[in-house]
Structures are given as C-alpha cells and as structure tokens.
Design a protein around this ligand. Structure first.
Ligand SMILES: [Zn+2]
Length: 198
C-alpha cells in the first residue's frame, strides 16, 4: 500500500519522513496552531521530537515513532545540578527595569514581559537538538515572543517551557524570525508556531 499517496496535499510540504540522526523512516508533521505538537521518540535511535501526527485518510498516523510524556522527555534533558545562573540573574534584573523596545516593526503591539524560561533548540525536522537552556523573555505580542539567551542558538525553531515561572502557560514552539547580539547575550525574535500538548 502506498500510504504516502494518501497524505492530504496541503500537509505534504510539512511532513517529516526521515529521522535526522539514524535516517530511519518516520512519519510526523511540522506542528501548527491547528495541529499542536506532542512529544515523540524515534524507535530506531531514541532521538526526541516535538511534532504532530500525520493525517492519513483523515486519521492520525505516526510511523517509526513512539509517543512519550512531555515531562519525562524534559526531565531527562535538564541539567540536574541547578546551579544559580548569576549572569542570567543580573540580566533579568536589568531587563525588569529597562526593556529596550526599539522602533515598532511588528504589526501587533508588544508588551514587555520579563520572565525566566527554558529554551530547547529544535532542528528543521523538529528534533530536539540540544539540552534546554535558561533564557528570559523580553516582550510578547499576539503573534510572537522576543527572547534573550546567553547561548547562541543556530536552529530554526525553539521550544519554550514556562514552568520555571508559572504552571498556567503550556510550552510553545516558536519559529525564529531574527536574531541579534546584545552585549554577551543573543536576542531572538520568534513567531508562535504551535503549543505543545501534554
Ligand atoms: Zn532515529
């Protein structure tokens, strides 16, 4: 059976058909606001992904992957030593009093929101490409979020976990629009791609 032929055409450019680590066949989709991400591991190599199941003949399909719990996935990745990040603390205090907004270039109004988060880089196939790192949000709009991180993040997507600050906001996936160096940090302007369900 040629199951690929039955993928709905609109979804075809968003499909993830190969694991970027073991090159095994997998079936996931790039998540969206309408099809939020859930957590997966490759059955071939255990690589972790945030993606949505493909739709085949109207039914969810996720070949080559096993569904895992978001918190199990993240707990295994977070640095357990929990050393206080003094450089980030200083940055956060500084930002809380003086968030530099710059000229308004987005269509939607931005609100300064300084909050501690964990950001995890995601490759173009939605694979977790590194451990979560501490970062701070700078501002938020209905379409996106600006984030300041001490780490340079080369990947095109970011998963953001707010649980260090609040339990009331679910994790989200952002798509990178722009980045710039600010002092010893990196500022990333990101647009919302999807939430992560758990
Ligand atoms: Zn794999």
């Amino acid at each position: 059976m040629d199951s690929v032929a039955s993928i709905e055409p609109a979804d075809r450019c968003h499909t993830i058909d190969r694991c970027g680590v073991c090159q095994g066949r997998i079936s996931l989709s790039i998540p969206s606001l309408e099809s939020p991400a859930t957590s997966w591991r490759c059955r071939g190599c255990d690589a972790a992904f945030f993606g949505s199941a493909q739709l085949r003949d109207g039914k969810p399909f996720s070949g080559g992957m096993r569904s895992v719990y978001y918190f199990d996935l993240m707990t295994g990745l977070v640095d357990g030593s929990r050393r206080p990040n003094t450089r980030l603390n200083r940055l956060e205090q500084c930002l809380a009093h003086a968030v530099h907004e710059g000229p308004e270039s987005r269509a939607n109004q931005r609100f300064a929101v300084v909050s501690r988060v964990h950001v995890t880089p995601l490759s173009s196939d939605m694979r977790l490409a590194g451990p979560p790192a501490e970062a701070v949000t700078m501002n938020v709009s209905v379409s996106g979020l600006a984030i300041l991180s001490l780490k340079e993040i080369a990947e095109p997507y970011l998963a953001v976990d707010f649980s260090a600050a609040t339990d009331s906001i679910k994790p989200v996936i952002l798509k990178k629009l722009r980045s710039e160096v600010i002092g010893r940090g990196h500022r990333y302007a990101e647009e919302f791609l999807s939430r992560i369900e758990y």
